[in-house]
Design a protein around this ligand. Structure first.
Ligand code: ADP
Ligand code: MG
Ligand code: MG
Length: 247
């Protein structure tokens, strides 16, 4: 589903990713852990096609297509979803409006007709229920005044509605209390733990991995994957720290 080969990328002309390779098959959940500044968010933004994140070498194939040749909206339409470490606030646009616009833009790009109002609301209610998100909350402007946990749950509602093939989730667990962590983890499992989907979960902590059990755990340090293992690697990192494990 995703084949990253010897990826080099710069941010503001500074080399951050330095030869990163990673292969993700359908049905798999991969976790990437690593110290601050390792390049984890840079990897997520580079996959999403964010401006100022420039690929200087290497290739990324998504579902058989050249991901790097696509515009950000084409990547989304192709089934890539990015969950942000810091979700943005959009005053003046309600979350429900935002969800509807993004879903219909994606459907249009795929040559599909927009959902009717009724169909759309049914879908939102279903996904909001999954994330135990109050519909009233989703009528408020996007993320404005939302707590950290509410932002992340709202983002998972968005993921459920867009129904991506591959979700790249950047520190979706940051700022979540224990209960929210469980709700978000269960939501990720329900939406994405399927034979035709895959997840790349970027996290600092082992906690979320107790709920969303990864098939592979990678350590990202110095802009490349320095170690790969199973779920036990996450426990080892938590016990021993990155320096001991990544050295
Ligand atoms: P991580 O998510 O692993 O903590 P990041 O990918 O956010 O790391 O950052 C990797 C490196 O890139 C850091 O040294 C950071 O300071 C640098 N960096 C990130 N964004 C920018 C930017 N817009 N301009 C300059 N340097 C940046
Ligand atoms: Mg960080
Ligand atoms: Mg980061």
């Amino acid at each position: 589903m995703l084949e990253i080969n010897d990826l080099h990328a710069t941010v503001a002309a500074k080399p951050i990713l330095r030869g990163l390779s990673l292969s993700i098959k359908p049905g798999e959940i991969h976790a990437i852990m690593g110290p601050n500044g390792a390049g984890k968010s840079t990897l997520a933004y580079t996959l999403g096609g964010r401006p100022a994140y420039e690929v200087t070498a290497g290739s990324v194939t998504f579902d058989g297509a050249d991901l790097l040749a696509m515009d950000p909206h084409e990547r989304a339409a192709a089934g890539l979803f990015l969950g942000f470490q810091y979700p943005v606030e959009i005053p003046g646009v309600s979350f429900v409006q935002f969800l509807r616009e993004s879903l219909n833009a994606q459907r249009k790009a795929r040559g599909e007709a927009p959902l009717s109002g009724g169909e759309f609301l049914k879908l939102v209610r279903e996904k909001a229920g999954l994330l135990r998100m109050d519909m009233e909350m989703l009528k408020r402007p996007v993320n404005v005044g939302f707590s950290g946990g509410e932002k992340k749950r709202a983002e998972m509602v968005q993921m459920g509605i867009l129904d991506p093939k591959l979700a790249v989730l950047d520190e979706t667990d940051s700022g979540l209390d224990i209960d929210a962590l469980r709700i978000v983890g269960d939501g990720i499992n329900t939406i994405m733990r399927r034979p035709d989907k895959a997840v790349l979960l970027i996290t600092h902590y082992q906690r979320l991995l107790d709920t969303v059990k990864p098939d592979f755990v990678h350590v990202l340090a110095g802009g490349r994957i320095v170690r790969t293992g199973g779920p036990e690697l996450a426990h080892q990192l938590e016990d021993e720290g990155y320096e001991a494990v990544a050295a």
